[in-house]
Design a protein around this ligand. Structure first.
Ligand SMILES: *Cc1c(COP(=O)(O)O)cnc(C)c1O
Length: 454
């Protein structure tokens, strides 16, 4: 079959006529607005029927034929059609487990609760989904003769880990700017191990962001923070995977923790495009879940709700986010706010919040049913519990919670919880029992402990 090339471009979100080639080094519109990747959906529809697209995606996902086995690149035509397959930088991201949370769901009165385990990925968070698209585009730019010396980001954790891994896999230099003394050993070791140039700055995350913007004024240093809409394109495949894993059925609800709000925007974009292409026949409702200590979108949502009208960008006021256990969403001025507002309006979404104690207890409760959650997922789980209690989410509805990172990246938080060292009592604390070395005494003590538990 000889098919015409599929076209996609960057387009300003506030002006359809302002467009750029995906190989151009451009991060925002002339007026400073965000860009988004626009696909030629009419051409995609003309090229294959919805049935044929679904079959194509299903036939590729999880197989070994590079790069199409990847959860992202199995949908290459609707993600980044301009990268030649030999320039794709993939670590077989995506295709993450969609876990039926049977016991946890029953405890909440839900029969159809699922957790999308995005942390079961190469660098342990959903950030891999966007980074593969960004680095592949950069590798294509280099192949096309564009001068790129390095790719750079400001980060406190998961973004730098993903960028460093994909840069190393591609052999493209990576620069990571981190706030000195505010990074744990676990967060530091991923980019160090992958050989990134790690800059330790005497400032906070916002200061690192200012520095990376200055650094990337030189167009040979490509910016990898999430204002770069190539990241959103990879992350939107999360929605495609959820639909695919339910045999192209759409759940009633998708809940996701929100910080910079790129992910909630990406998930909505995915479902809206799938409906446009006829791959699915309806949209889910979406819940963006914020930490109470970093809740600017929640405040805006409540303001609009109290005035009895839909959320608007003008409801929003930035704030200084306070330290939270959910450190990856400690953001007071989210970059993707305009996209998130649009996403929530189009999908009839809600915004909920969780306190430190609520998120930690939700993590612990769910862990007791076999999960191993990060604190950000805990925010989404605590919000789920509230939305169920309030009747917003009903017992028989199919619910998907997006788990954004692996719990093993946040063992410090989990250890402190179980040792009872957080700022509130831990209801499900569990510590090792000291048993000496005498097998008989060990055995007796175990029986006593089991009796006490039953
Ligand atoms: C980046 C990140 C988030 C927040 O995603 P946004 O797109 O910034 O809203 C949530 N959880 C984890 C673990 C993350 O790394």
């Amino acid at each position: 079959m000889n098919l015409p090339p599929l076209r996609a471009c960057f387009q300003a979100i506030d002006d359809e006529s302002e467009r750029y080639d995906l190989g151009e080094v451009v991060y925002h519109s002339r007026s400073g607005a965000l860009l988004e990747v626009r696909h030629d959906l009419a051409a995609l529809k003309a090229q294959r029927t919805a049935h044929a697209w679904r079959n194509l995606f299903d036939s590729r996902s999880g197989r070994t034929s590079y790069p199409y086995g990847s959860g992202v690149w199995s949908k290459m035509e609707i993600v980044q059609p301009h990268v030649q397959p030999e320039n794709v930088v993939s670590l077989f991201e995506g295709n993450t487990n969609l876990f039926w949370a049977d016991r946890y769901g029953k405890q909440l009165g839900l029969t159809d609760l699922w957790i999308k385990q995005c942390g079961t990925s190469h660098t342990g968070s959903f950030k891999d989904l966007g980074m593969t698209v960004l680095l592949s585009t950069v590798k294509q730019m280099i192949a096309d003769g564009k001068p790129v010396r390095a790719v750079a980001c400001a980060s406190t954790g998961d973004t730098s880990a993903a960028l460093a891994a994909y840069g190393a896999a591609a052999g493209i230099p990576v620069v990571v700017l981190l706030p000195q003394g505010k990074i744990s050993a676990a967060q530091l070791v991923q980019p160090l191990a992958n050989g990134a140039l790690v800059g330790s700055l005497e400032t906070d995350f916002d200061g690192c962001m200012r520095a990376v913007k200055e650094l990337t004024k030189d167009k040979t240093i490509y910016l990898a923070n999430s204002m770069n809409s190539l990241r959103v394109e990879g992350q939107k495949t999360l929605s495609y995977e959820i639909a695919q894993q339910f045999d192209w059925q759409v759940p009633d609800w998708v809940l996701v923790p929100g910080g910079n709000l790129g992910n909630v925007s990406a998930i909505a974009k995915g479902f809206l495009e799938m409906r446009e292409l006829g791959l699915v026949d309806r949209l889910p409702k979406i819940a963006c879940c914020q930490a109470e200590r970093a809740n600017p979108l929640y405040r805006a949502f409540k303001k609009a709700e109290s005035e009895g009208r839909p959320l608007a960008e003008t409801d929003f006021a930035p704030l200084v986010a306070a330290p939270t256990l959910a450190s990856a969403i400690q953001i007071g001025a989210p970059v993707s706010l305009p996209k998130a507002v649009r996403a929530l309006v189009e999908l009839g979404g809600v915004v909920e919040q969780a306190s430190e104690e609520e998120l930690a207890e939700a993590v612990a409760r769910a862990d007791r049913t076999g999960l191993f959650n990060c604190p950000h997922t805990g925010v989404a789980l605590a919000c789920l519990e509230k939305l169920v209690a309030r009747g917003t989410i009903r017992a028989g509805e199919r619910v998907v919670v997006v788990s954004t990172a692996h719990g093993l990246k946040f063992t410090e938080f989990k250890t402190r919880y179980h040792e009872g060292k957080l700022d509130f009592p831990s209801k499900h604390a569990n510590v090792p029992v000291s048993l000496g070395d005498d097998p008989e005494k060990v055995s007796e003590a175990i029986h006593r402990a089991l009796d006490a538990r039953s």
